[in-house]
Design a protein around this ligand. Sequence first.
Ligand code: UDP
Length: 418
Amino acid sequence: MKIAMISEHASPLAVPGAVDAGGQNVHVGALAREIAGLGHEVTVYTRKDREDAPDTVEIGPGLSVVHVPAGPAAPISKDEILPWIPDFGAWLRDRWVFDRPDVVHSHFWMSGVAALEAAEQVRVPVVHTYHALGSVKRRHQGSADASPRDRIKAEASIGRRADAIIATCHDEVDELIRMRVPRRSTRVVPCGVDTAAFNHHVTPRERPSRPRLLSVGRLVRRKGVETSIEALRRLPDVELVVAGGPAASELHRDAEVTRLRWIAAQAGVGDRVRFIGRIGRSELPSLMRSAAALVSVPWYEPFGMVALEGMACGVPVVASAVGGQKETVVNGVTGLLVPPRHPRALAKALRTLLDDPVRRTAYGIAGADRAKVRYGWGRIASETLAVYDEVLSARRRGSEGAVVIGAGPAPVRGRRQR
Ligand code: UDP
């Protein structure tokens, strides 16, 4: 199969950890690599955000990243990309007229807009993954949400126009139903984890002198780092290491780090919170292995790859019971789930774990098993390919316009339905 993946702001070549580079970058890169490894041809199209970025980067056999000229060849916030999406879509259409993919898989809503504009003209089916939904963001962030005004409307429209939607958890499906996206076009395929890199055989980066709690993620408010800092008040014997944000040398310039340091000082725990900046993929597993527990307590979370990576490393995970984390983290088996924005509940859960090494080990083993069995990229790639196959056969059956999967021939009367 010849597959075009569109990821307008999240390049698989970017270093995750910064404000606009996180799970989507990792997901697109890993999925594309896995699918190409199975013998398919995958091209990832992302916006050219550097003057010196080559037009095409060959990553390996059957896998390349194409930098699409749309807007300034400079980094811009994802909330400012929309005006250049029509150019992005037109560029894709012009390319696909002579280099037609079999399937397009768009990631994040603006990629969906560009992909549908182009794919409808060259009659290629589109599978879409939202990664995050504007309606959820608006609900939690209110006036702080800087997304373009039409995002929510555009996302609903993508849900009706795409051939299939891949949601990464069942919470997302519920939200899509509320947006009137047809249930029959929705499939659930979670994000995966690279279990060759993230596993419990990795040597810990160090053996800290006191129990370590670890938080990993983009440093944006909704990730709830402040909840972990406030929980430390009730956990006098532990340290909190916070990975993510800018590179270590730039931390002093970062507004969110300054705000969190102030909160830590106010809570009297400033000497036990350490910001270490963004951490490269290759260093993360050993950092995770040095922690007594991984803490992931965002206000809301479309999927939450970090919790899964912690599990894969055999580290117990304490996570807020939101989005994908409700499915990956099994409460009382691989970790503990707590309500979001609740420092007291978080401290209590952590205390239970810190006081019980046997339970920590048991959760770690169960987490690593679960990550390996359910969430390896091999399985995620084959489930994704099955969706591509479905839309291709639905198109073959339907031939005209966008045909949603599940909309095959009408059931024959009188035959028993299962
Ligand atoms: N990440 C990383 N280095 C960092 C911080 C984050 O490699 O310093 C990675 C992290 O390991 C995970 C991704 O960025 O793979 C974040 O994905 P997640 O789904 O947890 O959150 P998102 O960024 O999508 O909101």
